[in-house]
Design a protein around this ligand. Structure first.
Ligand code: COA
Length: 319
């Protein structure tokens, strides 16, 4: 059984916060933020949250796919900033869109969450259990960062992206994705949030990150996983049209391109406009590329994520 991404959608809060806006609340500057991260602005929720953003993105993906919500049998939401511990965000989306009876699950794999979710949905479809799935990355990062900590609050943004994945019967259509997905829990302490022991004592816990450790990890592991996936698929770097990386930081993307000896033209980016939207960044970018008709049928693309866990991985698929 092969699968196909039959539709994409995304959503971001209306409220745009520029680097200059942030310089009014913490000791920072547009020059510092842009030169180290490539970020110019981000969207920050006012009335929105993970559930509403995920719902909007899902509705747009269903419309793009021309698929009825009632035909969706599986909803996976990758999120690190869900509105509730339970019910899960997927159930919130299910209720909002009317995907009655679908299996709903959130997965917590931070910025790698979307590609983990895509791979899990594909496995369910290949097993014959489901025919159509919604995979969503949705984040309300502004609710978990410390707005007094300049080293982290300038990096993140809110948003959601979604894809509809469907089984295809026609052998000339669709793809069998090749994925290499990994974690190293022994490095978990470099990127953390949500210590329940602190919360139970009414102490606040905010996102913590050792930026330099995460940077080193990403520029090593992302090229490794891309190479691994290509070897597994018996393909070469030149066979790949685009590398769609988690949008954390332009310097990480540039370093990966350099390590792989590939031109930056093959690495589309939108981190300047959204900042790091964690699990949402890959599907938001995928939706932009789809809606601008940049992706052509048959293009080989690699999606790569990395983040807390520490987790990382790449998926090769054909558009
Ligand atoms: N504005 C101005 N100065 C800032 C600042 C800000 N927003 N944030 C930190 N600084 C200061 C620090 O206080 C430090 O000052 P000091 O030298 O007086 O102590 C100085 O800038 C350098 O800090 P440092 O943390 O060493 O900066 P860096 O060059 O490592 O850049 C990151 C910081 C976060 C941009 C960089 O480490 C990075 O991109 N890491 C990867 C993060 C990431 O992508 N995470 C998500 C993965 S999913």
């Amino acid at each position: 059984m092969k699968t196909k991404i039959v539709g994409t959608g995304s959503s971001a809060p209306q409220n745009v916060v520029t680097n200059d806006d942030l310089a009014k609340i913490v000791d920072t500057s547009d020059e510092w933020i842009y030169s180290r991260t490539g970020i110019k602005q981000r969207r920050i929720a006012t009335d929105e949250n993970a559930g509403t953003l995920a719902t909007d993105a899902a509705k747009r993906a269903l419309e793009n796919a021309k698929v009825d919500a009632q035909d969706i049998e599986l909803i996976i939401v990758a999120t690190t900033s869900p509105d509730y511990t339970f019910p899960n965000t997927a159930s919130v989306v299910q209720s909002n869109i009317g995907a009655v009876g679908a299996m709903c699950v959130d997965i917590s794999a931070a910025c790698t969450g979307f590609i983990y979710g895509l791979s899990m949905a594909e496995a369910y479809i290949q097993s014959g259990q489901f025919k159509k799935a919604l995979i969503i990355g949705a984040e309300y990062m502004s609710s978990i960062v410390n707005w007094k900590d300049r080293s982290t609050c300038v990096l993140f943004g809110d948003g959601a992206g979604a894809v509809v994945l469907a089984a295809v019967e026609d052998e000339t259509e669709g793809f069998r994705a090749v994925s290499c997905l990994h974690s190293d829990g022994s490095k978990g302490h470099v990127l953390t949030y949500g210590d329940r022991a602190k919360l139970s004592k009414n102490e606040q816990d905010f996102l913590y990150m050792d930026g330099q450790e995460v940077f080193k990890f990403a520029v090593k592991k992302v090229p490794e996983s891309i190479t691994e996936v290509l070897e597994k698929a018996d393909m070469k770097l030149d066979d790949v049209k685009y590398f769609i990386l988690h949008q954390a930081n332009i310097r990480i993307i540039e370093a990966v391109a350099k390590r792989l000896g590939q031109e930056m033209e093959k690495f589309p980016t939108n981190v300047a406009n959204y900042g790091n939207t964690s699990a949402a960044s890959i599907p938001i970018l995928l939706d932009e590329l789809n809606r601008n008709n940049i992706l052509k049928r048959g293009d080989k693309i690699i999606l790569s994520g990395f983040g807390a866990g520490l987790s990382w991985g790449s998926t090769l698929l054909e558009w």
